[in-house]
Structures are given as structure tokens and as C-alpha cells.
Write a protein that binds this ligand. Structure first.
Ligand code: G4F
Length: 328
């Protein structure tokens, strides 16, 4: 039985990936930090097949101990401070977890190693935030980075140190440069879920308005369930490499609003949306659009869920979810 070790198991991607790997017959280990992590019960209920292992990306010894215990074939490093807005307020913590955490994870892999003829394969969750103030359109694996947030800067470090460990020590280490990926499991702090969830609450009469920041920003939004398949495919190749994972389409936050409010049946979103300076960022990423050609050609990967289907899936989920909460 193949074994996989996932950091960030409680996040959107960790949960999708755990499901995917379980369906492929893997034994799945999920690393969790803290003495009594309130999310551990959610994981136990939702994914009883996941074995929770204690560990923290800020503590190398705990990572080594966790890997010695799990002896995985594959290590997916999805753990991070992942909310860009928060990274401006907690820049040092973000650098430590999202940046240096990758170095510690790679060191742990180097120390524990895995079986001699079957070394641990490592996946790093790199991000399109690294492109920031984009140098070219669309962005590829070769586009230079210009990060615009402490989060983006930390991800650039994680990306480069992964490449460096591959080149220096021959580790089977890959980075997936994932563009924004969403779905019903997305946290409520991210703009897509904030929009679909608040629109559902407005429709049900429990909320009156939706307060946002910059709605001109454009993103290449895909479905998280599709994107974890690309992560797994990267670790099944003969050679480690880095790949852009994206849809190749871009849409503004305003377009997301328009489709959501029309699907919910509220009509013109302008009646319900207010902008507030507190949701604007000190530096913004205006436009992201990825070119997934390499992933398509080499991995045979392609996104299955369209932008419209993604919005529909999230709106439908949030209407059901919020009605169920009301009727409790
Ligand atoms: O949903 P967001 O917070 O995602 P962002 O910043 O693009 O980052 C996400 O995608 C990255 C991949 O490129 C990941 F690496 C990262 O971990 C995360 O998953 O914001 C999207 C856009 C931004 O331009 C933001 O300024 O929406 C704009 N926005 C406008 N009003 C808002 C809001 N974002 C949030 N979260 N909340 C608002 O009220």
C-alpha cells in the first residue's frame, strides 16, 4: 500500500487531496499542529481513514519524527499561512511558516530519506501570487517573479528552495504553481466564497449587504478538485519538474459578483455591495492568467469544471448550507 503524508490537511486542498489519494488506495497521514486543534474533530468525522500525526512546519524535529513514523512514499506540502491579506499584518509569521516551513520540510525529507530504492517524493504548493506585478501575459513556468505581498515573497522562497534541493541533493521535488482554485470548501475569508456565502445569506434574509475591497482585480479561477489531480500526477512522472496549473481564462471580481447575484436570483449586485478601504491591500495583484500548456502536454492534465460551473457549484452549496443552518 502506498503512503502519503500531507501538511495542511485541514485546508481546502488537503481535504480534496486526502479524498483523491484514499480513492486511489493510499494510506493517508495528515499532519496537524497544536495541542487541541479544533479542526481535528472535523477531519476525524469527515475522513476517518486519515491518520492524524502531530507536527509543525516551524519545528524541524517534529517533522523528522512525523516522517520517521509515517515512512511515506509521497509528501505533499500544502501547509501555509495562505491568506494574502493576513500576510501583510503577520509578515514574520508568514515568512516562517510559508517560506522557512518549506526548507524544514525538505530537510526532513533529506534526513529521513525513505527507502533507498524508493526515496520520498516531495510536492511543494507554489502559487501564482509569486508572479504578482506580472511581467508577461499569460504566465508560464518561465515568467519572472515579482511578488506583491509577504505571502508572495515567502512562496518565492519556498519555490526556489525546492528547486535548489532538487538540483543540489537530487531530491524528487516538484512545485505546482497553482493559480486560484476554489469550491464549496473554500474558506469564507477568500473573495469567491465570501461572495457566494454572503449572497446566499442576503437571499435568505440574514444579511443585508456585502462589503468588499478591490473588485477590478482579475484572477484565473479553477476548481480545487481538479487541481489536486495535477499535484498527484506530478509525483507520478519519471522526472521531477515544475508546472503551472491554471485554466487559461481570467475573470474580474466584478464578473464573479454579477454571475453569483444573478444565479441567487437577487438581480443587480450593485444594490447589495459596498466597498470599504479596509479590504483593499497595500499592494495589489491586478491580473493573473496562467498558461497550463506544459501540464496539459506532459501530465495529460486539464481542468474539468468551467468558471460558470464553479460559481454555480458554490452558490448551490451555500444556499443549501445556509438554509440548513437556519433550520437547525
Ligand atoms: O480570494 P483572495 O483573497 O485570493 P488571492 O489573494 O488571489 O490569493 C489566493 O490565491 C493565491 C493563488 O494565486 C493563493 F496562493 C493564495 O493562498 C490564495 O488562495 O483575493 C482575490 C482578489 C484580490 O485581488 C483581492 O484584493 O479579490 C480581491 N478582493 C476584493 N475584495 C477581496 C475582497 N479579497 C478578499 N479576500 N476579501 C475581500 O473582501
Amino acid at each position: 500500500m502506498r503512503k502519503a503524508f500531507i501538511t495542511g490537511i485541514t485546508g481546502q486542498d488537503g481535504r480534496h487531496l486526502a479524498e483523491l489519494l484514499h480513492s486511489k488506495g493510499y494510506k493517508v497521514f495528515g499532519m496537524m499542529k497544536g495541542q487541541h486543534n479544533p479542526r481535528s474533530e472535523m477531519i476525524r468525522d469527515e475522513f476517518p481513514f486519515v491518520e492524524i500525526v502531530p507536527g509543525d512546519l516551524t519545528d524541524l524535529t517534529s517533522l523528522v519524527t512525523a516522517l520517521e513514523y509515517a515512512q511515506p512514499d509521497e509528501f505533499y506540502n500544502l501547509g501555509a499561512i495562505s491568506f494574502v491579506a493576513m500576510s501583510f499584518n503577520q509578515a514574520e509569521l508568514t515568512a516562517n511558516v510559508t517560506g522557512l516551513g518549506v526548507l524544514r520540510a525538505l530537510e526532513a525529507v533529506r534526513i529521513v530519506g525513505g527507502a533507498q530504492n524508493n526515496p520520498i517524493r516531495f510536492y511543494q504548493a507554489s502559487s501564482s501570487e509569486m508572479f504578482g506585478k506580472v511581467r508577461e501575459v499569460p504566465q508560464t513556468e518561465l515568467t519572472p517573479f515579482h511578488p506583491r505581498s509577504p505571502y508572495g515573497v515567502a512562496k518565492v522562497f519556498g519555490h526556489n528552495i525546492t528547486m535548489n534541493y532538487r538540483e543540489s541533493y537530487g531530491l524528487f521535488a516538484c512545485s505546482g504553481i497553482l493559480f486560484n482554485h476554489e469550491g464549496p470548501r473554500r474558506g469564507l475569508e477568500f473573495v469567491t466564497r465570501k461572495i457566494t456565502n454572503t449572497a446566499a445569506r442576503i437571499k435568505l434574509g440574514v444579511e443585508k449587504e456585502l462589503v468588499l475591497g478591490n473588485i477590478d482585480a482579475k484572477r484565473d479561477w479553477g476548481y480545487a478538485g481538479d487541481y489536486v489531480k495535477a499535484m498527484w500526477l506530478m509525483l507520478q512522472q519519471d522526472e521531477p519538474d515544475d508546472y503551472v496549473v491554471a485554466t487559461g481564462e481570467t475573470h474580474s471580481v466584478e464578473e464573479f459578483l454579477e454571475i453569483t447575484f444573478s444565479k441567487v436570483g437577487l438581480g443587480d449586485w450593485r444594490q447589495f455591495v459596498r466597498q470599504d478601504q479596509k479590504f483593499f491591500r497595500p499592494a495589489e495583484v491586478d491580473l493573473l492568467i496562467g498558461d497550463p500548456s506544459k501540464a496539459k502536454t506532459k501530465l495529460g492534465w486539464k481542468p474539468e469544471v468551467s468558471f460558470e460551473q464553479l460559481v454555480d457549484m458554490m452558490v448551490t452549496h451555500d444556499l443549501e448550507y445556509e438554509s440548513a443552518r437556519l433550520n437547525k
